[in-house]
Write a protein that binds this ligand. Structure first.
Ligand code: ZN
Length: 208
């Protein structure tokens, strides 16, 4: 029932105010989150709930299959605001095993506009065709592709002018790739993080 949502909201707001009379006044005056979360729209992966973060602690952008499209004005606007105005320290690209978007990208059926949206997942699959081909079951291939796609989005994010410029100016900013298990509720770090420092090391090596 929709009315339940208002009822829950009223109770929640009352509880917060009882615990801390200044709570909403403080939050309405300022948000200073340290994290930008780029996650899947899937209703089972809510950023605040699974990380235990409170309102005001994480800036959130979600889309189907947590993808970073270079011309996505929505994502780029969120990213620029998070980096330049909020000065977040960490950007977390979080996908999840069992992602319907990843499945839809690979099932060979026509779904409509979403097929264009999901193209980066097929690109990631093509790039790792050999590795994926060696896995025994569809589930293993699917889960590995969920991870590979997250890694590819971390990499795409690191190449955006917004991030490149922030690193060039010496901003402390790290991009992380995480995956969430719907089966066990656990987050895992894919260890594919990028920072301005490692970016400089790579370019120094390239230059050498
Ligand atoms: Zn998903």
């Amino acid at each position: 029932m929709l009315s339940d949502l208002f009822e829950h909201n009223r109770k929640w707001a009352d509880e917060r105010t009882n615990e801390d009379p200044d709570y909403f006044r403080r939050l309405s005056a300022l948000q200073r989150p340290e994290y930008l979360w780029i996650g899947c729209s899937d209703s089972r992966v809510p950023a605040n709930v699974i990380t235990g973060l409170e309102p005001g602690e994480v800036f959130v952008h979600r889309n189907v299959a947590n993808l970073v499209h270079r011309a996505d004005l929505n994502l780029l606007s969120v990213l620029e605001f998070a980096v330049e105005a909020l000065e977040v320290k960490h950007i977390i690209v979080c996908g999840h095993y069992g992602c319907g978007g990843v499945r839809a990208a690979m099932d060979g059926h026509r779904h409509g506009i979403i097929d264009h949206w999901l193209q980066p997942i097929r690109d990631a699959a093509d790039e790792s065709e050999k590795e994926l081909g060696q896995l025994k079951s569809d589930d293993e291939r699917h889960n590995r592709l969920c991870e590979l796609s997250i890694e590819a989005q971390v990499s795409a994010l690191a190449r955006t002018p917004i991030i490149q410029q922030a690193w060039r100016r010496g901003k402390q900013l790290a991009i992380h790739g995480w995956v969430y298990g719907l089966n066990d509720g656990r987050l895992r770090d894919l260890n594919c993080h990028r920072t301005g420092c490692s970016c400089e090391v790579v370019s120094a090596e390239d230059a050498g």
